[in-house]
Design a protein around this ligand. Structure first.
Ligand SMILES: Nc1ncnc2c1ncn2[C@@H]1O[C@H](COP(=O)(O)OP(=O)(O)O)[C@@H](O)[C@H]1O
Ligand SMILES: [Mg+2]
Length: 244
């Protein structure tokens, strides 16, 4: 068995202070986030839980530097990313963040291996020769030459996970990573995410599915753009034992 990293984080990977996000203005303004304070420790697996429309994706995109907050401070890996310009945010994403999405977002005309290699090429981070090893680490060592359409949903998500790890990001953000998968396949993805946490990576999983919260060190519940609760879980369930 691999040793489990301590659930209690020693330092902070992500910190949000009074973060708001408003889309649009005037009568059409949507207040997606209404003052979010939270902390996620380095090496923690945090689950952001909340109903559809509660602001989870917006929160995830602000942590990952895809969107900017309307007000408040965002600190990731000890660096404030609040006032950064788009080009600087793009550097920040490249250097620090891996993303996994609900619908995998693989490039359909590239093989599994090429989907990973292209990210390494584009970002200039990582080592292209490691693509097979990355596929191996998600249990797809023999599918490098398959195109996304030749893979199941769960396999495609595993390729997406390998791709997200190709640049060795300090933090992995997964927005509804099991949302398009059946239960068993979803469990396999959660197990991989948990394994990454065990190896010391900070993992943030966004979900509307309360079952997913069972695997978290910290559960951050968001309702209507506000934090409803933040709870620490002293003994998170193993993904294999998650009940749905
Ligand atoms: N680009 C956008 N423009 C306008 N409104 C948006 C945009 N993105 C999200 N919203 C709104 O912000 C709120 C929160 O959305 P979102 O963060 O996607 O929630 P969740 O991921 O929890 O379903 C919703 O009311 C949504 O319609
Ligand atoms: Mg969402």
């Amino acid at each position: 068995m691999t040793p489990t990293a301590p659930a209690v984080a020693t330092d902070t990977a992500v910190r949000l202070d009074a973060v708001t996000k408003t889309f649009g203005s005037g009568d059409a303004a949507v207040h997606a986030l209404k003052g979010i304070d939270l902390e996620i420790g380095t090496g923690q697996l945090a689950v952001v839980l909340g109903p559809s429309g509660s602001g989870k994706t917006t929160l995830c995109n602000i942590i990952g530097g895809i969107e900017t907050a309307t007000s408040g401070d965002v600190t990731v890996g000890g660096e404030s990313i609040g006032g950064r310009k788009p080009a600087e945010l793009s550097d920040f994403r490249r250097d620090h963040v891996g993303f996994v999405f609900q619908f995998f977002n693989l490039i359909p005309t590239l093989t599994a291996r090429e989907n990973i290699e292209v990210i390494i090429e584009l970002t200039g981070r990582g080592d292209k020769t490691r693509a097979p090893e990355l596929l191996e680490s998600v249990g797809l060592g023999d599918r490098g030459d398959s195109f996304p359409s030749q893979l199941s949903g769960g396999q495609q998500q595993r390729v997406a996970l390998a791709r997200a790890l190709a640049t060795d990001p300090a933090i992995l953000l997964a927005d509804e990573p099991t949302g398009a998968l059946d239960l068993d396949t979803g469990r396999q993805i959660l197990a991989l995410l948990q394994e990454l946490r065990d190896r010391g990576r900070t993992v943030v999983v966004i979900t509307h599915n309360t079952s997913v919260a069972q695997i978290a060190d910290r559960v951050i519940t968001v309702v209507d753009g506000r934090i409803e609760s933040i709870k620490d879980n002293a003994s998170p369930a193993n993904a294999a034992d998650v009940t749905w």
